[in-house]
Write a protein that binds this ligand. Structure first.
Ligand SMILES: [Zn+2]
Length: 67
């Protein structure tokens, strides 16, 4: 796993939304989402809340499935 380059306090894990195909990386600590590429401390990234809102979901980890 990758140590988060943004908060430097958590692991970046591969996830997807339950029932969806798209895979992304997300930090367990600061909820930063990288939709493609390697985690970096510079954009493009989004926050989990914004990412899940696109699909009408609230920012709960139970909406996610670890890969
Ligand atoms: Zn983080």
């Amino acid at each position: 796993m990758i140590w988060c380059p943004r908060c430097e306090q958590g692991w970046v894990v591969a996830c997807r939304i339950r029932g969806r195909q798209e895979q992304f990386l997300v930090c367990e600590e600061c909820d930063t989402v990288w939709e493609s590429g390697e985690p970096e401390n510079t954009p493009p990234f989004v926050i989990l809340e914004q990412y899940l809102a696109r699909f009408g979901l609230s920012a709960l980890w139970c909406n996610l499935e670890r890969i």
